[in-house]
Design a protein around this ligand. Structure first.
Ligand SMILES: [Fe+2]
Ligand SMILES: [Fe+2]
Length: 429
């Protein structure tokens, strides 16, 4: 009896016209859709023009957890129809709660644009502040079916990974993609004086080496991130995509003129120490703020002083991407320190530990210094070299000033910013 005292009403019998379709022809899909929408116990009359299909229907019902009640023939204007009455069983096709009722459509901008920021803020359920380490690969807003495998994610706290402008940066990354095959005037790189081309090849090889670590660091963290934090995953994926293109474009520029450069051992040592950092925020300080920050100045220098338009374009386009990566790092580190003042000590310790591992590096490699000077000189005449050497000296000063400025923006006090800047690897990244 229902609460009001009247017997519960039985849901009315539904009628499904299967027309001429048969099993193997789409009939299973039609029946599955109808039975999923029906209530357990509800009867459904399936009409078909095919005697064979009518004979198969009870077997289909049994195999899918429903019941066959009875069958009969009907005649209408189109001739003979077979009717089989089935009753929906208790089986559920998915081991999960019922799907919630539909909500309003998601917000669009300018009539047709679905912004990632709106996806993240308006999706039902949203992004949790923390997630279970065994969380499945469940898209935002989806209802997880029980019985999936157990995962063991390592990074399960959103605040440990997030930055204020995260989705905005991801959207900017999507809309500023470029093509290292067609967006660089590669022909402009051909025909430089041999000494200049050799210097450019060396600088490009150095930059390409460093781009590898910028690729590997976010790629190392991505598979540790709980899939509930799709905003973080999308950001890291865009970062990785950018860096893969940087490896591509600088490798292409190193080789296009026919010369080769050295992958310097000092660079390898520096990058190896960066890959050893296992804490996300510390890695963000070392890579995004200090390393990529310093590289922004290097890329700006190459874009301004390149002896050819191809090299300048490579540096300019990569510079644009690096601004996003540095922006993320500054914002993330600043927020980490605000949320947990103890993290400042940990961040400083990470820079100190890396500096200790790099104690044997005393300055920028002379091979690189020389190549940067020739690149900026555009020739090996005495006058040009004097001007190039001056530009490199200014670059070193600019890197230091800007590094301190970025550290201040990331939330470190003046004294600590100077200290951390001094500890930063002489390899620049
Ligand atoms: Fe890069
Ligand atoms: Fe980068």
């Amino acid at each position: 009896m229902s609460a009001s005292g009247s017997p519960p009403t039985k849901p009315a019998t539904r009628v499904v016209d299967a027309g001429n379709i048969e099993f193997g022809d789409g009939l299973e899909i039609l029946l599955s859709t109808v039975f999923q929408a029906a209530e357990p116990g509800q009867t459904i009359d399936v009409t078909t023009a095919s005697r064979a299909t009518a004979l198969e229907l009870p077997g289909w019902a049994r195999s899918t957890g429903h019941h066959a009640e009875r069958d009969w023939k009907e005649h209408n204007g189109n001739g003979q129809r077979f009717v089989v009455r089935l009753r929906r069983g208790d089986v559920v096709p998915v081991l999960g709660p019922d799907l919630p009722p539909p909500s309003d459509p998601m917000p669009l901008r300018l009539g047709s644009q679905f912004h990632t920021t709106d996806l993240i803020s308006a999706a039902p359920g949203g992004i949790p502040s923390s997630a279970q380490p065994n969380h499945g690969l469940v898209p935002l807003g989806a209802i997880p079916e029980t019985g999936g495998p157990d995962y063991a994610w390592r990074l399960n706290t959103h605040d440990d990974l997030w930055a204020e402008e995260l989705t905005d940066l991801t959207e900017r990354a999507s809309s500023s993609q470029w093509d290292a095959t067609t967006d660089i005037p590669w022909n402009e790189a051909i025909g430089l004086p041999e000494e200049v081309e050799r210097a450019v090849a060396q600088v490009m090889t150095f930059i390409a080496s460093n781009e590898y670590v910028a690729l590997y660091v976010p790629a190392k963290f991505l598979p540790q991130v709980n899939p509930a934090f799709v905003d973080v995953l999308m950001w890291l994926a865009s970062h990785i995509n950018d860096e893969a293109r940087h490896v591509e474009v600088f490798t292409k520029r190193a080789l296009v003129g026919g010369q080769r450069g050295y992958a310097l051992a000092a660079t390898q040592l520096s990058l190896h120490s960066l890959l050893q950092e296992d804490d996300f925020s510390s890695a963000s300080l070392l890579l995004n703020v200090l390393g990529e920050g310093t590289f922004i100045d290097l890329l700006g220098f190459v874009a301004r002083n390149a002896p050819d338009a191809a090299t300048a374009a490579c540096a300019r386009l990569a510079h644009r991407d690096e601004q996003r990566h540095v922006h993320f790092g500054i914002s993330h580190v600043r927020r980490s320190q605000k949320l947990d003042p103890d993290s400042t000590r940990q961040l400083i310790a990470a820079v100190e530990a890396r500096a200790a591992r790099l104690a044997t590096l005393t300055g920028l490699s002379p091979v690189l210094l020389e190549s940067l000077t020739v690149l900026a000189s555009g020739s090996v005449s005495a006058a040009a070299l004097r001007q190039g050497a001056g530009a490199v000296k200014e670059l070193t000063k600019l890197m230091e000033t800007n590094r301190i400025r970025r550290l201040r923006a990331a939330g470190f006090d003046k004294e600590t910013s100077h200290y951390l800047s001094e500890l930063h690897t002489p390899n620049l990244m």
